[in-house]
Write a new protein. Structure first.
Lengths: 203, 186
């Protein structure tokens, strides 16, 4: 047998045919088993390393602030329980301490049948102004709150905006009513409303 | 197979992590790689595993392909190395039953391939399996892959003289083995 005859014999030998399904699925099978190439790994690592530190620092500080606030709220609840009487919001000292504990964050201190609750802003954005006391009775229950002009508060099932006028008057604007302390305009028919400025003594 | 512009684009895109481009490369080269891995192992199951291993290695090493050789040659080299590693692993595993396992590997293609190969095909593959691995690789690349000695030498990472010697030795053994078989069947 010479080389040409041998080559002819070798080439005449068939290989088993691969099933069509296998052939068609083969690229996807390989892709499924691929690990990230060194370049892709390096790119991923780079992404991780270059992650900006500023957002992480911000997150860290925000988390710390949340923890502090949670701690302060816990402390405040203790204070509220100690001072809560029939009308805790008449207690100027309690209001002062609360405002000092959460500077520019207190949107309202609400007292209703569930007790005394604090409505806080997530940022220190509440402007410093004279606190306003509001009491609303709907015939069954009474709710009272201390808040500031411009705050929108949910009370006695009503969402209302509390506004202070330059002359010291107070306007409450709800979804279905408007109430003014000075002009006696009132569009609500079953609510008994009382509102007053607490003055600088409560700050 | 030369590297066309399209294939070069697939290579570049695969480097950038585009799976569709790498799938296109696999589709283009899978017949060539399956053929080589079958000739090197004589087993359809092992041939499939090694073809997969080849493409996975290729993906891992894609950055090392510098384009000075053809992509097919570079891929062949990975496949041959995968097959030689496989043989070493197999040899360690079945050192005592080496020849038995080689024969078994060829016979198992009937089951693996769900197709009985004709006598000549089985005899040729059985004869190939009796060659030392590096001689079988040289025959697979030159006779079945269509590479000349210089290209085969590049793929196998040895000198052209070494390849020529391996091919000469392999031919001598194959002629003996296949002449006997041929005589018996005639």
């Amino acid at each position: 047998m010479n080389n040409s005859e041998l080559d002819a014999k070798l080439k005449a030998a068939r290989e088993p045919a691969l099933p069509t399904d296998y052939r068609n699925a083969f690229p996807q099978t390989v892709l499924k088993n691929l690990r990230p190439s060194p370049r892709e790994r390096a790119r991923e690592e780079k992404g991780k390393v270059r992650q900006p530190w500023l957002p992480r620092l911000a997150w860290g500080m925000a988390t710390a602030a949340c923890i502090l606030i949670a701690f302060a709220i816990g402390h405040w609840h203790g204070l509220a329980e100690a001072k809560a009487g029939k009308d805790a919001l008449a207690n100027t000292e309690f209001i002062q301490e609360t405002l000092a504990m959460f500077p520019n964050r207190v949107r309202a201190i609400v007292q209703d049948e569930r007790g005394v609750n604090l409505v806080l802003s997530d940022q220190e954005t509440v402007p410093t102004s004279t606190p306003i006391y509001v009491r609303i009775c709907d015939g069954k229950n009474c709710s009272s709150l201390v808040t500031f002009s411009g705050q929108e508060i949910q009370i006695a099932g009503q969402k209302l905006t509390v506004l202070s006028q330059p002359d010291g008057g107070i306007i409450l604007e709800g979804n279905k009513f408007v109430w003014s302390s000075s002009e006696r305009i009132y569009a609500g028919n079953h609510l008994k409303i009382e509102a007053k400025n607490l003055g600088t003594a409560a700050m | 197979m030369g590297d066309t512009d399209e294939q070069q684009t697939w290579i570049a895109q695969s480097r950038n992590g585009d799976p569709a481009a790498f799938a296109a490369l696999i589709r283009a080269y899978q017949p060539m790689i399956h053929s080589l891995t079958y000739r090197m192992t004589g087993s359809l199951a092992d041939c499939q595993d090694l073809a997969q291993e080849t493409f996975i290695h290729a993906h891992q090493q894609l950055d090392s392909f510098n384009g000075t050789s053809k992509f097919s040659s570079w891929l062949y080299r990975i496949a041959v190395n995968a097959c030689l590693d496989w043989r070493r692993r197999e040899a360690r595993r079945s050192q005592l039953h080496d020849s038995w396992s080689r024969n078994r590997a060829v016979e198992s293609t009937e089951v693996d391939g769900r197709e009985a190969l004709d006598d000549l095909s089985r005899e040729v593959q059985a004869a190939l399996m009796k060659l030392p691995d590096k001689q079988r690789a040289a025959i697979a690349l030159t006779v079945y892959g269509g590479h000349n000695h210089a290209e085969a030498a590049k793929i196998l990472g040895c000198s052209e003289t070494t390849i020529s010697w391996r091919i000469f030795s392999a031919r001598r053994k194959l002629k003996k083995l296949l002449s006997k078989k041929g005589d018996r069947h005639e």
